[in-house]
Design a protein around this ligand. Structure first.
Ligand code: ADE
Length: 423
């Protein structure tokens, strides 16, 4: 393929062949996005669109980018987290697929935002965000671009919370489709994806045995549920902390111990935050933790473990293994932080497996198509993914897994729409 893309920023172009193999391997496990790509190649539903994407730069994201491009869009990609970029994948997207990428694993905050701006320089008609940094940058520093944008999509809970806050304050200037809220997204990606990939990150960074450990999960949303379930499966004694009475009740009835973080802090061996809020593990907790405690986060931003407190309490820091930093506290205890407190599944491992991202990114691709078709009818608000898209993705995924299901008989169908029949 002829490479015409000239403006990009990746770590090392020579990594492209390795990245290409990874992208192709992931693609084998993304049957739904494959089908959508074939349809897009035929119908070109995104022709004339420019999509600015701010997503984790992984092999799964690469296959989404290929799909959007096959649909006729011009696409440009930057990272949605400074520590989640797979440099080989970024190189291959540029060199093999002619897709401009602005992302280097480990980039500092200034470069991260410069890369966001470089993607915005493409003057998007659609934004595709994960966590809300692209949209908030457009709304603050690049407001002149707003007129061109038809609508955007958002991948994760944190971004949707931010956009709902913008909507409430009247600050949101174009419609956003909440991809995260699709059932074929959060039931699977947030639960089974985060459940598996977070443990993967912890294991790659530490190689500790999970069996017999006290494993504390902060937050019992879909991500926390998934992590708690999988940690139990590995033989850990799982403790859940929550602020929401309903979720705390659910965790209790799911068989987990529920207690305040202040108590959990004294007994936990491994802590993971999955709340979307800041300072969930803070100084008062660090003060009572056991020597050797492992801390990590799987929420979108690196604010859940209070890093400034850890730095303040420490007299010494050293990198023990890749993605594992020891903080030696003034009283002699050591606390260990994984992946700088950034999302452990992407900083210390490779994120969710392709088979689950297949559904999340099918929602992204079909939501982009929906924006082209219906964007003009939408207000500057946060919208749900249309249920037809959700159902279509579920049906395609089942088909790809060779799972067949029953259909209602006419009699059953009629029964479900009647009200007269009773006891
Ligand atoms: N978020 C979580 N896992 C991911 C992955 N593999 N690719 C892109 N975004 C992700």
């Amino acid at each position: 393929m002829q490479v015409i893309c000239v403006d990009y920023a990746v770590r090392e172009e020579s990594l492209a062949p390795q990245g290409k193999l990874k992208i192709e391997w992931a693609d084998r496990q993304m049957p739904v996005i494959n089908l959508i790509r074939q349809q897009f190649e035929r119908d070109l539903p995104l022709k004339g669109m420019t999509i600015a994407a701010c997503l984790h730069v992984t092999s799964e994201t690469a296959n989404l980018m290929r799909t959007l491009k096959a649909g006729g869009a011009v696409v440009a990609l930057c990272a949605s987290n400074p520590l989640s970029t797979q440099d080989d994948v970024a190189a291959s997207l540029v060199k093999d697929y002619d897709i401009p990428v602005f992302a280097v694993r480990g980039e500092d905050g200034k470069t991260y935002y410069e890369h966001l701006h470089q993607v915005l320089d493409f003057k998007p008609t659609i934004t595709m965000d994960d966590g809300g940094d692209l949209v908030s940058t457009l709304h603050t520093d690049r407001i002149e671009l707003r007129e061109r944008v038809k609508a955007g999509t958002e991948e994760t809970t944190t971004g949707i919370v931010r956009f709902r806050n913008m909507e409430r304050e009247g600050a949101l200037k174009y419609p956003i489709i909440a991809v995260n809220d699709a059932q074929t997204k959060h039931f699977f990606d947030n639960r089974y994806g985060t459940g598996q990939s977070s443990l993967d990150g912890i294991l790659r960074a530490t190689n500790v045995l999970l069996a017999g450990k006290k494993f504390v999960v902060a937050g019992y949303g879909w991500c926390g549920r998934g992590v708690a379930m999988r940690a139990r499966g590995m033989g850990s004694n799982v403790v859940v902390t929550e602020v929401d009475p309903l979720k705390a009740l659910e965790a209790t009835m799911d068989g987990f111990s529920v207690m305040p973080m202040k108590e959990a802090a004294r007994i936990g061996d491994i802590f993971i935050t999955a709340t979307g809020d800041k300072n969930v593990i803070r100084e008062e907790h660090m003060m009572v933790m056991k020597d050797g405690t492992i801390l990590c986060n799987t929420g979108h931003f690196d604010v859940e473990v209070e890093k400034p407190a850890l730095e303040k309490l420490a007299r010494e820091r050293r990198v023990v293994r890749e993605n594992l930093e020891e903080y030696v506290l003034k009283d002699g205890r050591s606390l260990y932080l994984l992946g700088e407190g950034r999302l452990v599944n992407l900083a210390c491992a490779e994120g969710h497996p392709s088979i689950v991202m297949d559904m999340s990114f099918a929602n992204q691709a079909l939501s982009a198509q929906f924006i082209v078709e219906k964007g003009h009818t939408l207000e500057p608000r946060v919208y749900q993914v249309p249920p037809e898209i959700d159902n279509r993705i579920a049906a395609l995924k089942l088909k790809s897994m060779n799972v067949e299901i029953d259909v209602l008989t006419p009699e059953q169908d009629a029964y479900l729409s009647s009200w007269k029949a009773g006891t």
